[in-house]
Design a protein around this ligand. Structure first.
Ligand code: APR
Length: 235
């Protein structure tokens, strides 16, 4: 049956009440990326950036996994081969929905990082510029999320999975941010079957063999059923 590699974006958490970035009224309509999602913005005004992530931490803490998150966890449990879940999202709703070993390529809201000694720990709900690193004591604490201009995490591992994928799916992502937007090309080069599940066609829709349009809570459970029926037929 082969390995399935899935990339998710903000759209999979939209129906859990978490805002996406580029939809009407999304996060980038409310905040300037350069102020809240770049190292330069953090250096310029750490209090503003901490407030931005504190608010997202509070919102994420109040959100529940939805049927799409749960369906992907079911696929991980019942598919006869590996199902690798790579997310651009910094929320923990995939884990709340039962998924395992989720690869957070843009980091997580739950993580704190010391810019001085690179120590990582589970962050307090509220972070401020006055926080000090529990390891080195320096006042250089930041959210452990990947900002624009920084290298996403786990890229070698992700490319290795893509090179061995039989099926690649992109779910709830606009396909506008690299390197994630180019994963479909890696999967195609590995002769994987590629599918996009999105509310509307993404920037990269033409690169996919198939597109399934609609809200993730409807399309993802049906897609998972289809895959598991295929596996049962072939067993
Ligand atoms: N079901 C499925 N797809 C949805 C839904 C839904 N209910 N609601 C919105 N979408 C789709 C939108 O059509 C859009 O294509 O989800 C996508 C969200 O796109 P973005 O807001 O650009 O989010 P994402 O693709 O995850 O952004 C990638 O950009 O700003 C950075 O680091 C940030 O991880 C983020 C990255």
């Amino acid at each position: 049956m082969g390995k399935i590699v899935i990339l998710t974006g903000a759209g999979i958490s939209a129906e859990s009440g978490l805002g996406t970035f580029r939809d009407e009224g999304g996060l980038w309509a409310q905040h300037r990326i350069e102020d809240v999602a770049t190292p330069e913005g953090f250096a310029r005004n750490p209090a503003l950036v901490h407030r931005f992530y504190n608010a997202r931490r509070v919102q994420a803490a109040g959100a529940d996994a939805n049927a799409a998150h749960r369906a992907l966890a079911r696929l991980q449990r019942e598919w006869p081969d590996d199902v690798i879940l790579v997310t651009q999202n910094v929320d923990s709703l995939h884990e709340a929905g039962g998924a395992r070993d989720v690869i957070h390529m843009h980091g997580t809201l739950a993580g704190a990082l010391c810019s001085t000694c690179q120590h990582r720990w589970v962050s307090e709900p509220e972070m401020t510029p006055a926080d000090t690193c529990p390891a080195c004591g320096q006042r250089s604490v930041r959210p452990d999320v990947v900002w624009f201009g920084e290298m996403p995490y786990f890229m070698d591992e992700i490319y290795d999975h893509l090179a061995n994928a039989q099926i690649f799916a992109a779910i709830g992502t606009s396909g506008q941010v690299y390197p994630a937007a180019a994963f479909v090309h890696e999967a195609t080069a590995a002769d994987a079957e590629t599918v996009e599940l999105n509310l509307e066609p993404s920037e990269g829709v033409s690169y996919f063999d198939r597109k399934i349009l609609g809200p993730a809570t409807q399309t993802v459970p049906l897609w998972v059923d289809e895959l598991l029926n295929r596996a049962r037929r072939q067993n």
